[in-house]
Design a protein around this ligand. Sequence first.
Ligand code: PFF
Length: 447
Amino acid sequence: MKIAQFSRIGFMMAAVGSAVGLGNIWKFPYITGEYGGGAFVLVYLMTVMLVGFTVMIAEMLIGYLGRRDCVANFETLAPRHKQWWKHAGWMGVTSSLVMIYYSVVIGWILNYITVAMIQLPSSVSEAETTFNTMLKQGLGTQIFFHTIAFLITTAVVAKGIKGGIEKFNMVLMPALMLILGVMFVYAFNMDGFSQAFSYMFTPDWSKLTSEAFAVAVGHAFFTLSLGYGAIMIYSASLPKEGNMVHSSLFVIAGDTIIALVAGLVLFTFLFQYGAEPAKGPGLVFISLPAVFFQMGVIGNVFSVLFFLALAFAGLTSAVSLVEPMVQYLIDKYDFSRLKAAIVMGLFFYLFGIVAILSQIEWSAPALTWGGKNFFDWMDYITSSVLLPTAGLAMAIFVGYVIEKERVVSTLKPQMGWFFPVWYFSLRYIAPIALVVVLLNLTGIIKI
Ligand code: PFF
């Protein structure tokens, strides 16, 4: 079955839309603070350029050459052992597993748009109560907003590459950039900006452990949507004349700039009002709402805009998390797009309810194993195990398995002198980095 095509700008927007997500706006700022500020930013940027850029081109190339779903791409491109390689294509499943908890978090954000509109918590302790009540007792609320996330995502995917995903991204991504841009200009003129700047950019080398390195690589993959089949499936719809090198650089630059801007805005607001930069979900769901309250009317407006922007970022990533398996059902089983979107939508919707239940007070014990609840297990399995494994599979596949002439003839015209550097990085640097990350994140070794 032939896959529909994006326009060139549509592809870029959709790929940036996939990359820019919850990972940029809440995760990046807090891991930056935690792992050494400027030192971590440096390591992260190096990782993004050395490993992220290298693997992104490999993932794009597989999609671009294969032009089918993830499983079929590996199968058709492998010169031999097709029946083995096609299993690498199951990386598309990873994205559906991520979507189980991603949709729940988008639901929290949608809920917070209403919290921001109705009544912001007036202090950090009140904000903590609001968040924990939602998390541990708000079954109905969470299911309600998770349902909205499910309906929007499924409807967009059902409308297809051009009429759904491309259009959605072409509207939401500029809106997101505009909102963040306005908030950045405002933050730039506040006293807290310089403190935020030094918090994010002053290197503290003592915090730069090997764990920080593993976290940087893991986050680079997550934030760039690498190893989930999302970039691969979008690249299967990249117009033939599209340039993978330019596209990757555009995605990486867009993703990094948005993460840095979001971090500066968040920390400026927090420091300006003397709040502690909390870790994890607490950063945007606890510290920030309390600070918005203190900012008065402008805080009210900003809080609604901020959660809207976060929802936009989440939803444009969500559609790319659903698309790989939708394309697989269409390609392999001849499903109509509508049917495939509904089947995959119901998959993440129903398991999403399990993820919600796994944090609700009365049902959590039954859905917790080995110290992790279902929600945390989904996160752990996808980001610590499946993701680096898929990255490794792609690096080996493009670096060693596909015929070299094919890789050269497609990429050399786009890369010129840089081709040997990229190829070297793909064959040696990326696999080593990924093996180290895999062993480190799964706790097999701690270096
Ligand atoms: N890149 C997204 C983020 O930073 O939130 C998450 C993501 C989207 C990961 C799509 C993987 C993916 F396929």
